[in-house]
Write a protein that binds this ligand. Structure first.
Ligand code: CP
Length: 317
């Protein structure tokens, strides 16, 4: 595998899952594979889980790790070509990328949607510049449109907890005070569409996702109806995708918060969320603290998804 930016980069998903469970059974089995290899993790945005789990995964493989927070201590980076750089950004990404790649073997990048222009975000301008100019394998640690390390961990978690071969998985929009990107829901939908699960997306009108990611999912505007018989509830907020409202918060309707009444409509479903989560906006305390909440095992599986991806990349160097 050269780069990891979406589900298709993994190749055979069942094989990748087997590799993930093999790693989970013994995290240090491949501790020599990354010897004298360096992972550089570059963050344009904040992180808790991605930073720690990816670093731990690299260390399990024997890699060295360097972390750069672009907004803390580095030169401010210009990302647009053609700009007269007479402002507050003294370095251009087009020099910074090849320089950074001199010091490492694999690059991880986190760069969220900026909500300035939908086309810029959906063309993945920042991530693609890293792929084009770094000459190194690039791992998305959440880009403008996708969060594949999270989705892989979500899939591993569902595979661990599912009670039937073809569980009903429901991704539900839930309220949030701020405008969030569509990367996590896009990505989760992309990965669920790569399985044979029954997959339903529920959200208020106006929050339709890019049809490319919705794929074969059933979209249900009635949240109660969507929850009926569900085996997994995956809650997430996202802002509007449609061109006219791109990146806007159209609703903070608290009737969409995942609560005990709604969970009772399900087939004793597990509750999932990628974290960080706004309690009593997205989900009530009772649901997230219940024995059916998988948010911690899901976060733990971030180490496994990252290690599986890094292993596959190291094997191809
Ligand atoms: N779920 C996730 O990516 O968490 P962080 O933003 O803390 O990395």
């Amino acid at each position: 595998m050269r780069h990891f930016t979406n589900v298709h980069d993994l190749g055979d998903l069942q094989l990748a899952l087997r590799e993930a469970f093999d790693i989970k059974a013994d995290k240090y089995k491949y501790c020599e594979l990354g010897k004298n290899k360096t992972l550089m993790m570059i963050f344009f945005n904040s992180s808790l889980r991605t930073r720690l789990s990816t670093q731990k995964a690299a260390m399990n493989l024997g890699m060295n790790v360097m972390v750069l927070d672009v907004n803390q201590g580095a030169w401010k980076l210009e990302t647009e070509r053609g700009v007269v750089m007479d402002g507050d950004k003294p370095e251009h990404l087009l020099e910074a990328i090849p320089v950074m790649s001199c010091y490492c073997d694999v690059i991880g990048v986190r760069s969220f949607a900026r909500f300035e222009k939908r086309t810029d975000d959906y063309e993945e301008k920042i991530l693609n510049q890293f792929i084009r100019y770094s000459s190194r394998p690039v791992i998305s640690m959440e880009s403008a449109t996708r969060h594949p390390l999270q989705s892989f961990a979500d899939l591993i978690t569902i595979e661990e907890y599912k009670k039937t071969d073809r569980p009903k998985v429901v991704m539900s929009w839930a309220p949030h005070p701020k405008a969030l990107p569509q990367a996590v829901p896009n990505s989760f939908a992309e990965w669920m569409n790569a399985t044979d699960y029954e997959f339903v997306i529920t959200h208020p009108k106006g929050y339709e996702l890019d049809p490319v990611f919705v794929g074969n999912a059933r979209v249900e505007y009635d949240q109660d109806k969507a929850f009926e018989g569900a085996d997994f509830i995956y809650a997430k907020n996202w802002s509007a995708y449609n061109e006219a409202d791109y990146g806007k918060v159209l609703s903070k309707d608290m009737s969409w918060t995942v609560d005990e009444r709604k969970m009772k409509l399900t087939n004793n479903a597990y509750f999932m969320h990628c974290l960080p989560v706004r309690r009593n906006m997205i989900v009530t305390d009772d649901v997230i603290e219940s024995e059916n909440s998988l948010v911690i095992p899901e976060a733990a599986n971030r180490e496994i998804s990252a290690q599986t991806v890094l292993k596959k990349i190291l094997e191809s160097l």
